[in-house]
Design a protein. Structure first.
Length: 329
């Protein structure tokens, strides 16, 4: 049922860019979501054979996260590691308590409004629809969308036809269940983890013949995610969750893209929550935040674009920002 029950939030945090993104995420949550009553778990990968460099969060950033009420919970990456860091969002689900509703967010997300007040049906898993047709990729000898997606559903014994959006024509990418893995939710993170891990590894290690020329890096998580959601009885999010791709949360991805295309509200929240010195003294150590936010280069990027008439594809945004000399990761 749809309810305002408490739920937990998980993000991944690790040394480098993600630790600063995690701090910004938690700062925005605390500032903009006063009714959020769940736990904020920062899943932290630990050193091991798959992480040649220590991935743990730097102590001063960890302290700042804890002061904001986040919990840093370690996990061991046994299947992906540095070779496929997107796998952290899969293996990191181990840090969440079983049987408690959850939302995973990519760390490059900003909370814009009171997410705790949203009515969410956690019994029906779903994920972000803010995506482009990035996979599968059209190739000279490819078998087509239907053949590729159907081979995956068949591999796991799932009903393919019921996953289709028949408002779109055959062989058009939006007909097929496909998400951005920037957020996903469910009622039991451990059930989600088991299914996500099993399916991802099965696709990676024993792909159907129809996928033989398809790239899986970095798309593996987004290839498996629709199958996970569908197999757990979920599907496309309803209109009641539109805010998770709009007014409630903003998956900004990279600072130059944030300033180029996101809403005035998102930019205002970004600059508001990054301004206090207890946050600023950490974020300014990250070059992209320093240049874009604190040296105001982001506003120069914003002036380059009409946010009501943006280029259709993200690559066009990137190219224009790079040509102007403002691109930074």
């Amino acid at each position: 049922m749809t309810t305002r029950q408490p739920f937990n939030i998980m993000i991944v945090g690790q040394r480098g860019r993600l630790q600063y993104e995690a701090l910004l995420f938690v700062a925005s949550l605390r500032a903009r979501a006063p009714s959020f009553a769940g736990r904020v778990i920062v899943a932290e990968p630990q050193p091991g054979p798959l992480w040649p460099d220590d991935p743990r969060i730097e102590p001063d950033i960890a302290e700042a996260l804890i002061e904001l009420g986040a919990e840093i919970v370690p996990f061991h990456g046994n299947h992906f590691g540095a070779a496929y860091p997107y796998g952290n969002k899969i293996e990191g689900l181990a840090t969440l308590p079983p049987g408690e509703p959850f939302i995973f967010f990519d760390s490059d997300t900003l909370i814009l409004d009171d997410i705790g007040a949203m009515p969410i049906d956690f019994t029906r898993p779903t994920a972000s629809m803010r995506r482009e047709g990035t996979w599968p990729q059209e190739e000279l000898y490819w078998p087509g969308y239907t053949a590729i997606w159907k081979s995956l559903y068949d591999k796991f014994g799932l009903d393919f036809e019921s996953s289709l959006d028949t408002d779109h024509p055959d062989e058009y990418w939006q007909r097929y269940l496909y998400f951005n893995a920037g957020w996903f939710l469910g009622s039991d993170p451990q059930a989600f983890l088991a299914r996500f891990l099993d399916m991802s590894l099965a696709i990676r290690d024993d792909r159907p013949p129809e996928l033989v020329i398809q790239p899986l890096d970095p798309w593996l998580d987004q290839v498996a995610l629709p199958l996970v959601v569908h197999s757990l009885g979920g599907g496309r999010p309803g209109p009641e969750l539109d805010g998770l791709d709009g007014d409630i949360t903003c998956h900004w991805r990279l600072m130059p893209l944030m300033y180029a295309r996101e809403s005035d509200k998102a930019i205002a929240v970004l600059e508001e929550v990054s301004a206090p010195n207890r946050i600023k003294k950490h974020l300014k150590k990250h070059e992209a935040f320093k240049r874009m936010i604190y040296q105001s280069r982001g506003q120069k990027v914003r002036e380059m674009f009409d946010q009501d008439d943006l280029p259709r594809r993200e690559q066009q945004l990137r190219n224009r920002i790079k040509s102007a000399g403002f691109w930074i990761r």
